[in-house]
Design a protein around this ligand. Structure first.
Ligand code: ZN
Ligand code: ZN
Length: 389
């Protein structure tokens, strides 16, 4: 049994009972009709068989209190026209015309999502607020955007104006979609109701008017600005505060800064994806900044004091005599400081550079140095070198 069956089939009519019939009356009616139309009593009678099926189907729903309640609820929603949500009549442009057949096509295609699920779940997700009458408030949509920050700004925090393009009401026609000087005309098909009644068997239910897509009015001369849609894309500017220490790939949520809600619903959220532009000299690992500093062989051997930059001015780092290439020195508290007081360090990697060309004097000095220096310890490699002769 599909959800659409529930909309289209009048189970009360199938059992010949009033909608308010008590449970035992429904049971009695079912027993009588089932007996009369039972295939055993009507061999070869296709119409009786059809009738027997319809009666059984109706009783499967109306004979079960919970199912009967859901069935009643759903049909009162449909006959009240509660599905006419998001139409332009509410003054909000860009509403998506709601099509019953789309809903059920989608629900059935979705299979696992709605198939076999509780029918009232489906409807509570379709009609926000549920119940009969007018559609309830609708929360505005979330907006996602991306911002590229300079390295320093990400470390120290920054406030930036952000331009957002989002749908809004057309200023030329104030959302009705009609050319200025003209007005939308009442839809001749639904007479402004936005919905039409369709007869299906013993009862009728309403569906969105196909002529006006449920809006209730038609526009003869379209607004040149929005081409009759009533909505345009607008740009608004928002000052966004990026906290100190914001990192590349981080997502910042600004509650209520998304699209406005409809009919008193709350606004959506704004999500800002942060990209941090790389710095020319500093790198970053979490809250630590990284920096590579080239030093000469002599500086590594003899030791030296290095002036290195940080994001807040230079500091002096002591390189002790005999420092190997690749050693990392730590400048405490010179990394990223967050508002909660957590602070990273600056990690300085020493890189001993080898000159490609040197003067004759330097060469002579180096040859003297080599004579005075024991060879590097490579004994642990000798066995492996000899293995290949
Ligand atoms: Zn209409
Ligand atoms: Zn317009």
């Amino acid at each position: 049994m599909s959800s659409k069956d529930w909309i289209e089939k009048d189970y009360y009519a199938a059992l010949g009972v009033p909608k308010a019939a008590p449970a035992d009356e429904i049971k009695k009616a079912y027993r009588r009709l089932a007996r009369e139309s039972h295939p055993d009593h009507n061999p070869g009678d296709a119409r009786a068989e059809e009738r027997f099926k319809a009666v059984s189907e109706a009783y499967a729903v109306l004979g079960d209190d919970a199912k009967r309640r859901e069935y009643d609820e759903m049909r009162s929603l449909f006959s009240s026209g509660a599905f006419r949500r998001g139409t332009r009549q509410s003054g909000q442009p860009g509403g998506v015309p709601f099509d019953v057949s789309d809903l059920f096509g989608g629900a059935q295609a979705a299979g696992g999502r709605f198939g076999g699920g509780n029918i009232s779940d489906l409807f509570s997700s379709v009609f926000s607020g549920g119940g009969g009458g007018a559609p309830g408030p609708a929360r505005g949509r979330d907006i996602e955007t991306e911002v590229a920050l300079d390295f320093d700004d990400a470390v120290h925090g920054v406030t930036l104006p952000l331009s957002l393009r989002a749908p809004g009401v057309c200023d030329t026609c104030h959302g009705d979609g009609a050319k200025p000087g003209t007005v939308p005309r009442t839809c001749p098909v639904c007479h402004g109701a936005g919905a039409t009644n369709r007869n299906q068997g013993a009862f009728s239910f309403s569906e969105p008017c196909r002529n006006c897509q449920g809006v209730g009015t038609v526009v003869d001369e379209k607004c040149p600005e929005c081409h009759g849609t009533g909505g345009v894309t607008k740009t608004r500017t928002l000052n966004v505060r990026f906290p100190a220490g914001v990192a590349d790939g981080q997502r910042i949520r600004l509650a209520g800064r998304g699209e406005p809600g409809e009919r008193g619903g709350s606004a959506g959220d704004l999500f800002v994806h942060v990209k941090v532009r790389p710095d020319e000299v500093f790198g970053r690992t979490g809250d630590d900044l990284t920096l590579t500093v080239p030093i000469t062989f002599a500086e590594a051997v003899l030791g030296t004091d290095l002036r290195v930059p940080t994001l807040d001015g230079p500091v002096t780092l002591r390189v002790p005599p005999g420092t190997p290439s690749g050693r990392i020195l730590r400048a405490r508290g010179k990394g990223v400081s967050r508002r909660d007081g957590q602070t990273g360090d600056l990690l300085v990697t020493l890189d001993v550079v080898v000159p490609a060309r040197i003067s004759d004097q330097a060469r002579a000095a180096l040859e003297t140095f080599a004579e005075q220096t024991p060879p590097a310890a490579r004994e642990h490699l000798d066995a492996r070198v000899r293995r290949f002769g």
